[in-house]
Ligand binder design. Sequence first.
Ligand code: GCU
Length: 590
Amino acid sequence: MKKSGNFEESIHNEEYYRKCDIRNLNYETMLFKGGRKTEKLNGIWKLTVDQYDVGLRDNWHLPKGQVRNGVQEPWDYNPDDGMEVTVPGCWNTVKPEYFWFEGCGWYARRFRYIKEEQSERVFLHIGGANYDCKIFLNNEFIGNHLGGSTPFYVELTGKILEENLIQVCVNNTRTSDRVPMKNTDWFNWGGLYRDIELIRVPEAYISSFQIHLVPDGTFRNIRAEIAVSGTSASKHAMLEIPELGVREEISLTNGAGSAEISASPELWAPENPKLYDMSVSYGPDTVTDRVGFREIRVEGTDILLNGNKIWLKGISVHEDDARLGKVSSEEDIRRRYAHAKEMGCNYLRLSHYPHHELAAKIADEEGLLLWEEIPVYWAIDFANPATYADAENQLKELIFRDYNRVSVIIWAVGNENADTDERLEFMSSLAKTAKAADGTRLVTAACLVNHAKNRIEDRLTDYLDIIGLNEYYGWYKTDFSQLIDLGINSKPDKPVLFTEFGAGARSGHHGSISEKFTEEYAEHVYEQQIETIEKLDYVKGISPWILYDFTCPRRQNRYQNGFNRKGVIAEDKKTKKLPFYVLQEFYRRK
Ligand code: GCU
């Protein structure tokens, strides 16, 4: 662009954002974190909301208010002047006027770093920040990450000082090229809402480690794969699983190696969530993990866990809290699972995006099977290669993070997308990517009913191991008999999960079974759904929509008041509604 004499960068350059949009923090820069000592940078940070992107236009990462020729320049921003907020946190919960804010939030804090080992390397790890997260350290742009719910790492070695200023610009603006895009049926919480921490590693370290039971039906072979970074004389790593008597040397070529080890682990299952402590050492570096071993596969329309047919008694959940926003805590996750177990669940659908990493770790312990999903939700810019790259990266980051989580049995590549050619190309590629990254789990998507033919029919299902199906007969589709017809019309040759059905009800609002938003109406819908679904042999599980009422700007009638009211429990995460007991009764006898 030809610049005129009076061109002012900070007010005339509408391409200002490009310099800080290099997306260099992604799947390739991830680090295996298992058991590593971390130094939390959580706590009090200074937040400055930036509605007009002035921070990027005017380089707020550079020192402001400088004295030039003895005169101090005016300044509009100072990292230390922001509002004190707690990280992890969502800016929407810090004060009422920030609840609806969408845009850039500039987080800043100062911290000290004292080198412990001469050759140590330092990484910054962020568990999740919605959506575009830019990192600035000591007035230098380090990089940015796209994706509102997957972890990322950035190496700070050589840039980190004894005294540091870190600034993190998080932008949650909804745009049509993002994943998810503008329109979702959940709230767009913004900010640094998961842990932020420093991780020190030796010069040569273990960058990735994956372990699983080889799905060959013998349940007697364990496969381990390792990758290392940095230069070291050592040409092998050592895997140890003491309780199994495993002590296996894995030789490394070009920084990678794998081994198949015969062993007889106790198989992990909901009724026996057996986990093993393990460690891997490579030179001075050691990582640990707690892992279980199980096999999941399909045979015709059956799902087999450790060779046994299983029916997934589930419920869908969001990461949402009226007080905490999208911040997830161990206590919140354990409450979620306790409610699910109280209903008799052996399975949960973590929708529509990767949840906190603790969710799978606790499910491993609790013996709950999990569906994990990336937010390729409704209308995505399927023809946009940058959007595909973003979606694929989120998928790979999720698989990298939770590969060793035995509870995770399903990767889902999206939800309720129209069956167009661009979508088929986009999502079939994602399904293949998931399969290539992990051949031990099932790949799926939550598909829509082909209403024109009233049957389960979607071209994407050719690329899936199991078919997820969302249907709302009795709610959006009031003629319930159509579900019975759908069941008869459909002849799937693989297992089907009814990933969503349900009805809205304001807790405590009672009335007739024909009055929408009463608990009785919702109860009746659940009874009809279960009665019909039970008769469909190819249905091998359900995850009704949803465990708790959740924040949703799309829902504004007198019963909803900004909440989706399809929870079987209200948003207080205490008050149960009548459908809770219908599901409990069904799971008790299933
Ligand atoms: C859809 C969608 C959910 C949504 C639900 C609803 O199926 O997948 O995200 O909340 O329906 O309408 O309540």
